[in-house]
Write a protein that binds this ligand. Structure first.
Ligand SMILES: C[S@@+](CC[C@H](N)C(=O)[O-])C[C@H]1O[C@@H](n2cnc3c(N)ncnc32)[C@H](O)[C@@H]1O
Length: 439
């Protein structure tokens, strides 16, 4: 608390600083898992509340002169109907930073995420669209879905989760969004001295594996993931440290949404950008048949090696290109360094387009990381004049920004599906289909 304030006192908004408490009315949900409120004209981003509640909020970040302040709702004075007692004892102010919505009924979580997607599209792309966030098949009340979880390790070797926006570790003995098979490894009861983290992967086929970071990272085992979708039914070899969707129903749901949206035809030429081990690549290859062609671009060398063995050999009309998508197109872009878990901003030098790139394509799939594809990549994709694109997005803000770039270049957003692939968190996955406007 600041000297000027005690709970219940009214604090001048200008003087608000970390530890002060104010009573506010929670406003709309915003992208990132918090609601927006105002106190004497200052903007507060508050966690652990819901739109329409009256709460006592404690400032956690920011002070005089900052554009906004962050806060936690520490007392609920007037609760929203969708509020629940959080099932997880580690959810709440100052506790685990992993979940944002443990205190919210799952149906309401999906409505909140839908309004975030709607708002981002409105604000960044001037698109008016009602969005429904669909449950991913197999979901049970938003709990026990996470098949891949990295736990942080503290100096004493205990595994746990980071507190929100902090490096502090909260030791935990269970994580209710992690699958039974993940926590069943005993990872949270183990002693991991000398490690930075432990990554537990419970693949759809075979036993769960634990990878110590950094000790075992370079030799991470390969696991088998099985997809049983309408558009694709097969196994994939994936490094335990490589990319795979964490919700067990997600990969099959997204591949069907992409194929239903694009309807690739026999003989068509497709591009799968940010292709991973080849989930969309394989479904496209199956749909276009051997008279067609699929070019997949992926930066992670291990994923490309796995796809060359498992996808190119089965459907030889697939060609994998290893590299950053912007480099492969020969365009300049800023963004996270591809294939790097740490990321970092870097401006890449312009170079020539890769000779494997065709002059035109019929359909394109983009499934970029959180930063999105960006203007230069979108312009390069549009230059191939595809009849349709599927954009699989884990960040609605990046999707909305890239939607605006596509619309400026003659494409219309013709369908949008959104999926609750990360219940209890603010994250949402969208599959957007764009089609070229008639000239
Ligand atoms: C969201 S994952 C999608 C993977 C795949 N489509 C799937 O569904 O399994 C994004 C992929 O893009 C790769 N990646 C990240 N940045 C990249 C870049 N600039 N160029 C090419 N690939 C990139 C990552 O290694 C990761 O495999």
């Amino acid at each position: 608390m600041s000297e000027t304030a005690a709970p219940g006192d009214s604090v001048s908004a200008d003087g608000l600083t970390v530890g002060d408490e104010v009573v506010v009315d929670s406003g709309p949900i915003a992208h990132g898992g918090f609601v927006v409120a105002r106190h004497e004209g200052r903007v507060l981003f508050i966690r652990h509340t819901l739109p329409g509640e009256r709460v006592r909020a404690r400032i956690t970040e920011g002070g005089p002169g900052d554009r906004f302040l962050r806060a936690d709702a520490v007392e609920i004075l007037d609760a929203a109907p969708a509020r629940l007692e959080p099932p997880c004892p580690y959810a709440g102010p100052g506790l685990c930073g992993g979940c944002d919505f443990q205190h919210v009924d799952v149906a309401e979580q999906r409505r909140l995420k839908a309004s975030v997607v709607t708002e981002q599209l409105q604000r960044l792309a001037y698109v008016e669209r009602d969005v429904v966030v669909e449950a991913v098949p197999g979901d049970v009340e938003g709990l026990r879905w996470r098949t891949r979880t990295e736990f942080a390790v503290d100096a004493e070797g205990r595994a746990g989760m980071r507190r929100h926006r902090s490096h502090d570790l909260l030791a935990i003995d269970d994580c209710l969004i992690a699958s039974e098979r993940v926590v069943g490894t005993g990872v949270l009861q183990g002693h991991w001295a000398g490690e930075k983290a432990v990554d537990v992967v419970a693949p759809s086929t075979g036993p769960a594996v634990v990878v110590r970071i950094p000790s075992d990272e370079a030799d991470a085992p390969v696991v088998t993931e099985t997809i049983a979708a309408q558009s694709l039914s097969r196994d994939f070899d994936v490094s335990a440290r490589g990319f795979w969707q964490v919700h067990p129903g997600a990969a099959a749901t997204f591949v069907d949404a992409v194929i239903d949206g694009l309807r690739p035809q026999q003989g068509e030429r497709c591009l799968d950008l940010y292709a991973g081990v080849g989930v969309f690549t394989s479904a496209l290859a199956q749909a276009v048949g051997e008279r067609g062609q699929v070019i997949a671009v992926e930066s992670d060398a291990t994923a490309v090696a796995q796809a060359r063995l498992n996808v190119e050999t089965v459907t030889p009309w697939v060609q994998y290109v290893q590299g950053r998508v912007d480099h492969v197109f020969g365009v300049e872009s800023t963004g996270r360094v591809a294939g790097s878990r740490k990321g970092g901003r870097r401006r890449s030098a312009p170079r020539r387009p890769n000779s494997a790139l065709p002059p035109t394509a019929d359909v394109v799939v983009l499934d970029p990381p959180r930063t999105g594809a960006g203007k230069a990549v979108i312009a390069a994709v549009v230059a191939l004049a595809p009849r349709a694109l599927a954009y699989v997005a884990c960040d609605p803000a990046a999707l909305a920004r890239d939607t605006a770039y596509l619309m400026e270049r003659g494409y219309a957003l013709t369908s949008l599906r959104a999926f609750d692939a990360f219940p209890m968190t603010h994250h949402v996955e969208c599959v957007a289909i764009f089609e070229r406007n008639e000239p």
